[in-house]
Design a protein around this ligand. Structure first.
Ligand code: HEM
Ligand code: HEM
Length: 194
């Protein structure tokens, strides 16, 4: 076995590409959430809200594309060696990660379906529009759009809990889980230093 294989087989961090996917997704979800267009349908689609809605929809579609690429990347990528955790923590962490992936797909899908069923095109930055690919069914669209806003709030709560769990690993369990998602140049080291 040569040196490269050896280093790879005992990996302590996610690779640079997986980390970039992770932090880019986290940042885009946060900014999309901040620019979430709220209120009645008339307000959401009013010209006064054009910029916020276009930014929100563009960032949301980037999240959708990123998560699809990220899942494909995971098929070929090598993950770090898991930290030694109790069974319930392993199950809990997998459950939260699974829920985050589900939400990362469900949030944009319900947004797109809701807008199209309501009869609106997707309105993106630089005046780009994607016309509905499904026939309008206004009431169903309204329901799906409200599911989207609910899931949009939920992903922030779950991600917040997930972030706290990352900090708990670092500060209380003193393992390398948080550091595994950080680049080498980031000035934070594994607490036990091993
Ligand atoms: C990860 C990505 C996304 C997150 C976290 C998110 C989150 C949210 C939240 C929290 C709201 C409600 C805002 C409020 O009530 O103040 C909202 C509304 C909305 N979002 Fe998103 N969203 C995302 C992606 C998208 C995408 C991809 C689109 C369209 C392509 C979109 C279109 C909309 C629309 C049209 C509304 C208004 C819904 C209505 O009440 O009719 N969102 N979003
Ligand atoms: C919207 C925000 C976020 C989303 C959607 C998100 C999503 C995810 C997902 C799906 C994973 C599973 C690993 C993978 O398959 O790549 C993960 C891992 C991880 N995330 Fe996040 N994350 C977010 C924010 C954060 C924040 C703010 C922190 C730190 C404070 C964080 C720390 C970590 C760590 C340490 C791991 C590795 C966990 C392990 O390997 O057991 N994440 N994240």
């Amino acid at each position: 076995m040569n040196g490269i294989e050896l280093a790879d087989s005992s990996r302590t961090r996610y690779g640079a590409i997986a980390q970039t996917f992770h932090w880019a997704t986290a940042l885009l979800v946060l900014i999309a959430f901040i620019y979430g267009p709220g209120g009645s349908e008339e307000r959401v689609y009013s010209s006064a809200r054009d910029f916020d809605r276009q930014l929100h929809e563009s960032l949301g579609l980037c999240v959708f594309a990123l998560v699809a690429l990220r899942v494909l990347w995971q098929l070929v990528d090598k993950r770090p060696t898991p930290a030694p955790l109790s069974r319930w923590m392993r199950v809990g962490a997998s459950g939260v990660h699974g829920m985050l992936y589900l939400l990362l797909f469900a949030v944009p899908i319900t947004a797109i379906a809701g807008a199209w069923l309501e009869g609106h095109p997707l309105t993106l930055l630089f005046g780009l529009e994607i016309q509905p690919l499904v026939g309008a069914s206004h009431n169903a669209g309204k329901t799906v759009a409200s599911v989207h806003t609910w899931l949009g709030d939920t992903i922030l709560w779950v991600a917040g809990f997930h972030a706290l769990a990352g900090l708990y690993h670092h500060l209380a369990l003193k393992d390398g889980v948080l550091v595994s998602m950080l680049p080498r140049w980031f000035p934070l080291r594994r607490p036990r230093g091993d």
